[in-house]
Design a binder for this molecule. Structure first.
Ligand code: THU
Length: 152
């Protein structure tokens, strides 16, 4: 499998996850797919709440899943897809980038995984993808290394 095949497969998993979003307030469905070092993929979607500020983003939901399984140090890459559903389709022509809080939450797993993870950001219609290293999206991050949690 080429790098672009594996990127596209991860985006496909994020798209499937977006279909399981619970987003009755914003109508904006986001899916995140985490690639683990062993090739497994774990997904999450946004979970909104009537008390709007309590909303969980897709990336945060997915990171909670791997942390709960004991895999927080196994992260290799992430794909994010977002848009507005229209029947089976997901609309939206601009790549969706992780919010600031999610960048920090992704950084926790990335540092513990000792990997400057790829972050693939895709548009709802799938036509646009922008790929970054997490260090580009969150430069000079504060993380577990600053609290002595990353041994040499
Ligand atoms: N959202 C995410 O799931 N991830 C992000 O990184 C940005 C925003 C969700 C939260 C909310 O349910 C909806 O998108 C609109 O803000």
């Amino acid at each position: 499998m080429t790098d672009s095949d594996s990127r596209d497969a991860l985006i496909g998993a994020a798209r499937e996850a977006a279909a399981r979003a619970y987003a009755p307030y914003s109508g904006f469905h986001v899916g995140a797919a985490l690639l683990l070092k062993n090739g497994d993929v774990v997904t999450g979607a946004n979970v909104e709440n009537a008390s709007y500020g309590l909303t969980l983003c897709a990336e945060t939901s997915a990171i909670a899943k791997i942390a709960n399984e004991g895999w927080i140090a196994e992260l290799a890459a992430v794909a994010i897809v977002g848009g507005r559903p229209d029947g089976e389709a997901l609309l939206g022509s601009d790549p969706v980038h992780p919010c600031g809080r999610c960048r920090q939450i992704l950084n926790e797993a990335a540092e513990r995984s000792r990997t400057d993870i790829w972050v693939h950001c895709a548009s709802g219609d799938g036509a646009q993808v922008a790929s970054y290293r997490l260090s580009e999206l969150l430069p000079a991050a504060f993380g577990p290394k600053d609290l002595g949690l990353i041994p040499d």
